[in-house]
Design a protein around this ligand. Sequence first.
Ligand SMILES: [Zn+2]
Length: 465
Amino acid sequence: MMLARGRRAFLCLLVILFLFSAQPLEAALGAEGTIIHVVERGETLSVIAAHYGTTVETIVQANGIANPNLIYVGQRLTIPTQGSVAPEESYVVQPGDTLSAIAVRFGTTVSAIAQANDISNPSLIYPGQRLTIPSAVQQPSELPTQAQVHVVRPGEYLSQIARLYGTTVWALAVANDLSNPSLIYSGQRLIIPTQSATLPAPIKVVEFVPPRVTQGHTLLLKVRAEEEVSLAGSIDGRSLTFTGAGGEYWALAGFPPWSEPGAHPWSIVATDNEGRAVEASGYVVVTAAEFPIQYIDLPPEREGLLDPELVQAEWARVKALFVQVTPSKLWRGRFLLPVEGEVSSLFGTRRSYEGGPVASYHMGVDYAAPEGAPVVAANSGRIALAEELTVRGNTVIIDHGLGVHSGYFHLSRIAVAPGQEVGRGTLIGYVGSTGLATGAHLHWEMRIGEIGVDPTEWTARAIPE
Ligand SMILES: [Zn+2]
C-alpha cells in the first residue's frame, strides 16, 4: 500500500517535470556576459526575470524600457548576467545518480543546478533527465549575509514569492530551511536571498557560525574588516558585545527556545579611527527544534514556591546579574560537565506543573546525582552570586565575561564566595534538592545576557572555535 502510493506520487511528479521543461522560454547566448531573450505570448517581465534569476529592474535598465508593463511578443531583450558566462553544459542523468554527486562532478552546487533546471525537490531526479549544468560562479555561502525579508500574506504561495523577487522556490527553501515548501503561513518572515552580498568598506566579511541557528542555541557572529574598527550591533534588538582586534572580531547571541522560526534582523555599525561609521544589516535564520513535554507534580510543602510574584521577584534579581557584561573573556575552550550524572531533564523541555497548562520552558539541563556529589565550575570565571534563593535553592552563578554566565541550582552546600575567581573544574558546591526541586539533582544553565541557551552545546565544542 505504502509502496504503491509512493510510486504513484513519483509518477505524478514526472509529469509535472515534463510540463515545466516544455515552457516556451527560448534563449540564445548574445554578446559576452548577456543572454538574448525573445518575448513569447503571455510572458511578463517578472516571469522572464524569475526564469533567469534576475530582477525586473535589471532587465528594465539593460533595455531602456520606459514602462515595464509594455513589452511585446517578439521583442528581443538583453538579459544581463553576473560576470561573464561560460557556455552552459548539459548532462543526462544516469541510473544511480544523485544531484549532489552531479554537483560535485561539475564543481557546482545542488542549489545552482536545481535553480537552473526549475527543480523544486532535489531528491527527485530520474535517469534520462537532461540537466543544464550552470557554469559555476561560486558563492561563498548559500546564505548571503545581506538579504531582504518578505512577510507572507494570506493566500500567498512560495512560487509567487519566488517570482516576485526573481528567485526560485528551491533557493527560498534552502535559505529558510523549509522542509516542505508548500507549508508556509501568513505572517511568516522569509529571507529572500540576494545574488551578491555588498558590505560597505571597511567591513569585509560578516559570517555566522552556524549559518542557521536552532531555537535555544548559541550563534557566533564573526566580522572581518580591512582595518582596525570598533563595532557595535544588535540581533533581534538585543545588543551584541564584540571582542577582538586587528580587523578580526566576534560576538555571541543567544536565541531562546521560543524564538520564532524564520528571519531575524541583525545590524552592525563599524567605526574607524577617524570616527567614520558604516552600517551593515541583514537577517539570520532561526530553525525550529523539538522540545519534549514533562508533567511535574510537586511535593505539597513546595507548591507555595510557584507563587508567580515570588518567582518573578527572584528572576528580576538573577536577571540583573545575567545582563552585566564584564568586557573581557574569562573562559577558555570547551566547558566541562559540572557533575557526574544522568540527564533527567533536557534543556528546553516544555513543562506543566501540577496538571496546569504547558506554559514554561526548562532553561537548563538537570543531572540526577546523589545528594552531596561534588559540583565543579564548568569553566573559569568570577563568582557573581553564591547564596540561598527561594526557588533556585542554594545557587552559584559564575560570570565568564562578555555577558556569558553559568548557573548551578538546588545545591545542598555552597563552597565558594561572591567575587572569588575560579578555574575550570574548581569545586563550587555539592548536589542537593533545595528550592523548587523534586529530588537531588543539579540544574545547570548557561546565559548569554538574559537569554538561556542549551549548555550542552558549550561542552560539545569550544565557542568560539
Ligand atoms: Zn532544572
